[in-house]
Design a binder for this molecule. Structure first.
Ligand code: SAM
Length: 361
């Protein structure tokens, strides 16, 4: 079956790149997002304009007009993040997802495939209960996953909730939300431990990048949260999750890269000295795009060659930033996005995969 996907909350198109990564014969027939900057980036790369509308306003007729058999969705995570208010289905930002859950029951032909991504904690939410109850009611089988790129050989921790669902059965009554049965290991392929970060860094023979992206001293001065965990080196095989606050909003939004002083002290009691002595810099947007497996250049991860036999669509489609996007805008859209390799592998094996052992519950 040729996949005709609708990409909701499309951002810079992480799901679209995941679909290409998966090697399945498929296209995104329409994408939807409210953010003009993300949409500019999407159009720059895919040559089509996402529909810039609140998803809670999208009607069943509009959805049906695309004749799609697959929904890809990465709704806003703020209603569920552990550090937020956790208003869940009472948060206005959950409205788009709740609307889509309702639409599923109204459509003449609900999508055959559904793929959703969200933050850790979504699995405990009422929104999750509403979603999976609706899926069971409408005859879907599904799997729920918590996975990090670290499990796929990429030195970046971005643990996320994923749901893969296929409509295979008949409608059912549902009295209470289905019990959570999370899958936290990846059964389909054995990846080596993560590569060192050095493999993802831009060459910097003149020290130009170290200068441009140097962490400003006031950024860390007097920060009590400044700790060794914030610093990684090119030899590290792990970096922390890059969020949309990276580079402009304090600590805890992603790792700093140490560029010198590798044998010495970490100066943790004196963050300002650490910045200077350790040559701390931010990761560049290109480096983060590589860590998120966007096909920005040859240093970004690529799908395995073993996919070649069943690839019927273009395997990878390149990614670039529109030249007029500022560095902060690039960091923001990347922080909102996803890891295209994890998404692509889940699509390949768990969503579209046929007959693999141990597939969906
Ligand atoms: C978690 S991000 C998804 C990012 C995307 N997967 C990517 O690869 O960049 C959520 C996206 O949903 C968009 N969004 C939030 N609420 C929306 C709504 N009600 N209607 C349309 N888009 C919305 C935001 O602009 C943001 O780009």
């Amino acid at each position: 079956m040729t996949v005709r996907a609708l990409e909701f909350f499309s951002g810079i198109g992480g799901m679209h790149y995941g679909l290409k990564w998966s090697g399945v014969d498929g296209t995104v027939v329409a994408s939807f997002d409210l953010n003009p900057v993300a949409n500019q980036c999407y159009t720059f790369n895919w040559g089509v304009n996402p529909i810039q509308v609140g998803i809670h306003h999208v009607s069943a007729q509009t959805v049906e007009s695309f004749d799609a058999n697959c929904w890809l969705l990465s709704p806003p995570c703020q209603p569920y993040t552990r550090t937020g208010k956790q208003l869940d289905d009472q948060d206005a930002r959950a409205e788009g997802l709740l609307h889509l859950i309702e639409l599923l029951a109204i459509l003449k032909e609900p999508p055959f495939y559904i793929f959703l991504e969200n933050v850790v904690n979504f699995e405990k939410s009422r929104s999750r209960d509403l979603l999976v109850s609706q899926l069971v009611r409408l005859g879907y089988e599904y799997s729920e996953w918590l996975l990090s790129p670290l499990q796929f050989g990429i030195p970046n921790d971005r643990m996320r909730y994923y749901l893969t669902a296929r409509r295979t059965g008949t409608t059912k009554e549902v009295e209470s939300p289905p019990v959570l049965n999370l899958r936290t290991t990846w059964p389909y392929e054995n990846y080596q431990g993560p590569q060192p970060l050095a493999d993802f860094l831009e060459d910097d023979p003149t020290g130009n990048i170290a200068d441009i992206y140097a962490v400003p001293e006031p950024f860390v001065r007097r920060r009590r949260a400044f700790s060794e965990a914030a610093i990684v080196t090119p030899f590290s095989t792990r970096s922390s999750c890059f969020t949309k606050a990276y580079g402009h909003h304090g600590l805890g939004a992603g790792s700093f890269l140490q560029t010198k002083g590798f044998d010495g002290a970490k100066y943790l009691d004196d963050p300002s000295t650490a910045v200077e002595k350790l040559g701390l810099r931010f990761f560049t947007p290109t480096e983060i795009a590589r860590l998120h497996a966007f096909p920005i250049d040859d240093q970004a991860p690529k799908p395995s060659n073993s996919y070649a036999s069943d690839v019927t669509s273009q395997r990878q489609h390149s990614f670039a930033f529109p030249p007029d996007l500022s560095t902060i805008q690039r960091w923001r859209v990347l922080g909102n996005s996803m890891n295209c390799k994890v998404v692509g592998e889940l699509m390949r094996w768990a969503l579209f995969g046929n007959g693999e052992p141990d597939r969906c519950v």
